[in-house]
Ligand binder design. Structure first.
Ligand code: HEC
Ligand code: HEC
Length: 249
């Protein structure tokens, strides 16, 4: 009990980080010529729900109901009150995916895959079995409506190699440019393949881990085997460079 209370309080402390992310999102939104959505407090949620989130396909979920449900289903304990992930940025908890600004349809599909066992993760399997689909769609719509994920990391020298591979691929090794599906800069914008998730601003440790999982086949829940095929030819260095590039976007 005491540990739980401490954990919750500690997570609330992350609001400060989220506020910084919201400020950045406002700048990003202005640049993209769309209205900024700084917070998703209940009073604003009706407006939030009526705005199409960045690059999101329309979703059947009700974002205005999703925040309370994400709290009740304890998603925010691990994924953060603003979907920016919880935990110390250098700790193992940094491998919890950020969900803010992620496509709603992608979020819902992943939880359903954890439930069916198509994607494997012990904690998420338990969570997924306990959440009803209707609630899941509302929660997914709420996470999608939040200011987009932001890792706060800046591009390293290594990131340039990642950027080149992301934008141009490597035809000789059958690596299709990642951006052709994940959108320019990994923002999964309109016009990119609807199934591909947002990668920009995601935590680099999580991206690094997922690319290794696609490569060794321990993750294989894609609608097609394309992610496994592409990752198979990536070297460790390339995976690190891609993760660093994407998290700094
Ligand atoms: C106990 C901690 C915990 C809780 C509670 C939790 N998650 Fe997760 N979630 C994780 C971790 C850790 C991962 C990364 C799994 C992996 O490495 O494959 C994850 C992954 C995910 C993913 C995949 C993200 C991606 O980019 O592919 C989605 C979607 C997700 N969770 C949604 C939810 C929702 C919705 C809830 C509440 C109903 C929830 N989670 C509750 C820990 C948690
Ligand atoms: C042909 C389209 C396509 C191309 C090209 C592609 N991807 Fe993907 N990628 C997808 C799809 C679709 C998914 C989601 C699969 C699922 O439903 O789980 C995905 C998932 C991912 C994920 C998991 C994200 C998460 O939140 O868990 C990462 C990381 C990723 N791709 C990185 C890359 C990188 C890096 C490249 C280039 C080297 C690339 N992808 C090229 C379609 C593509």
């Amino acid at each position: 009990m005491a540990v739980q209370a401490f954990h919750t309080l500690w997570c609330r402390g992350l609001i400060a980080t989220a506020a910084a992310a919201a400020a950045l999102a406002a700048i990003e939104a202005a640049a993209a010529g769309r209205p900024a959505r700084a917070t998703a407090k209940p009073g604003l949620s009706a407006q939030v729900a009526s705005l199409p989130a960045a690059g999101q396909p329309p979703s059947s979920g009700r974002a205005e109901l999703g925040q309370d449900k994400a709290d009740a289903e304890r998603c925010v304990e691990c994924h953060g009150l603003q979907g920016q992930g919880a935990g110390h940025p250098n700790g193992a908890e940094a491998r919890v995916a950020k969900l803010a600004g992620q496509r709603a349809s992608y979020i819902a599909k992943q939880v359903q895959d954890f439930r069916s066992g198509r994607r494997k993760h012990d904690q998420m399997a338990i969570v997924a079995r306990n959440v009803a689909d209707e609630d899941l769609h509302d929660i997914a719509a709420w996470f999608a409506s939040l200011p987009p994920m932001n890792s706060g990391s800046t591009a390293s020298a290594n990131a340039a190699q990642g950027q080149a591979l992301f934008e141009q691929g490597d035809p000789q090794r059958g690596i299709v440019p990642c951006g052709s599906c994940h959108g320019p800069q990994g923002r999964a914008s309109e016009g990119s393949t609807a199934d591909a998730p947002r990668l920009a601003g995601q935590e680099w440790r999580y991206l690094d881990q997922q690319l290794r999982a696609w490569r060794d086949g321990s993750r294989s829940n894609g609608p097609t085997p394309v992610m496994n095929q592409i990752a198979r030819s990536l070297t460790d260095n390339e995976i690190e460079a891609l993760a660093e590039f994407l998290s700094s976007r």
